[in-house]
Design a protein. Structure first.
Length: 74
């Protein structure tokens, strides 16, 4: 049921109910977060930015590490 609701949400179809849509989106956030976190550990640019932030070097302006994710703050 949740998998069907998730498919509907990501295909732009209306969910069974607003509550189910919210539940599905909240459940999928962990998957998205984990995917981004995993990608950032293997991406060369992200690795370089993380090293610069940790060392306090110039070149990582507006980037911060927040909850283990590399984030851009304008």
């Amino acid at each position: 049921m949740v998998a069907d609701a998730l498919s509907q949400v990501f295909e732009g179809q209306p969910g069974e109910s607003p509550e189910m849509t919210c539940a599905v989106l909240l459940e999928s956030l962990l998957l998205v977060y984990c995917s981004i976190e995993e990608h950032q550990t293997t991406d060369p640019l992200c690795t370089t930015l993380r090293q610069k932030i940790k060392a306090g070097q110039v070149g990582a302006d507006n980037f911060q590490i927040h909850t283990n994710l590399l984030c851009f703050f304008p």
